[in-house]
Design a binder for this molecule. Structure first.
Ligand SMILES: [Mg+2]
Ligand SMILES: [Zn+2]
Length: 303
């Protein structure tokens, strides 16, 4: 589907874990992680997440949000390096991160069908590249948008914010200071639309995936992971969302729903061009917020 752009979050969407937590836990550094938390400048960071409908209820969530800030990731890498953990150690751990074979086949099939695949993630480039290369699927993606990283002359992994919030704010009150994914998706959308790519499918699980979901139009699709924060936000209030919503719970469902949507777009385009179609019935689980229309028939996908 040359006219379709598929945008993936990374943590808990492509891989079935949070890559930061994975590295910390697998390197046996959970205690170190916990001991560093109180040393971080929470108060100065709290100002970035001040806009909330329910301040008290969100305080815990805010801490969770802040923990993922890039400054903390970078500090954590410094401490790991000081304790003798090399970049190779980190890479070895990342290669064991859970990536379901069905998620891989879903990505490969979407690519084989001609979709333009992108990653938009608040993890970092080293983590994402290491994992996607290891599984042989990095070539399926047109671009990876994430926090930049590099290995310095001492062999320490350095991680920097995608958006340098020390210089200016990205201006979105709902996202962490280092990244508002909707700014990235906005750019992807306008350049893709200019190239004639008209349809967008967005897959994600986290709170940070809500902001970009709001950008999508009526002909686009959001695929939130069921019972994860993005899904919760959509279920709680879908009035601002225009795209059609299709939930998934695991990699098997992710692959199935994604390929059905891609085929549905293909079927619509083909029908518009009055090309005869070989079709099969398909069934999607739809959230109550989705349009109540039955799904059109879809093309079978060769695996
Ligand atoms: Mg995620
Ligand atoms: Zn935002």
């Amino acid at each position: 589907m040359a006219g379709t752009v598929v945008i993936f979050d990374f943590d808990k969407t492509i891989i079935d874990c949070d890559s930061d937590n994975w590295v910390v836990e697998e390197l046996g550094a959970t205690e170190l992680f916990d001991s560093l938390l109180p040393t971080m400048p929470w108060n100065s960071l709290m100002v970035f997440v001040r806009f909330s409908s329910d301040f008290l209820l969100c305080r815990l969530e805010k801490l969770d949000h802040i923990v993922h800030l890039v400054r903390f990731q970078d500090r954590m890498m410094k401490e790991l390096h000081a304790r003798g953990k090399t970049v190779e150690d980190i890479a070895e751990v990342l290669k064991r991160a859970p990536l379901d074979p069905r998620a891989i086949s879903g990505i490969k099939s979407a690519y084989a069908l001609g979709c333009d695949l992108r990653v938009v993630s608040d993890a970092n480039m080293f983590f994402i590249e290491t994992i996607l290369k290891h599984y042989g699927i990095i070539g399926c993606f047109t671009e990876i948008n994430t926090n930049p990283s590099y290995v310095d002359e001492e062999g320490r992994l350095r991680i920097f914010p995608y958006h340098d919030f020390t210089k200016s704010s990205h201006g979105c009150p709902f996202c962490p200071p280092n990244m508002c994914k909707s700014k990235i998706v906005e750019r992807i959308r306008s350049s893709a639309l200019a190239e004639g790519k008209k349809r967008f499918i967005y897959l994600g699980d986290g709170k940070g995936d809500y902001c970009p979901s709001l950008l999508l139009s009526e002909i686009d699709f959001v695929m939130p992971r069921k019972n994860f924060p993005l899904w919760d936000l959509i279920v709680k209030d879908h009035s601002a969302l225009k795209a059609e919503v299709h939930e998934w719970s695991n990699a098997e469902e992710q692959e199935r729903v994604l390929l059905q949507l891609i085929n549905r777009i293909a079927a619509g385009n083909a029908a518009a061009a009055t090309v005869p179609l070989l079709t099969v019935e398909c069934k999607l689980e739809m959230l109550p917020v989705a349009a109540p229309e039955p799904l059109p028939k879809a093309l079978p996908v060769s695996q």
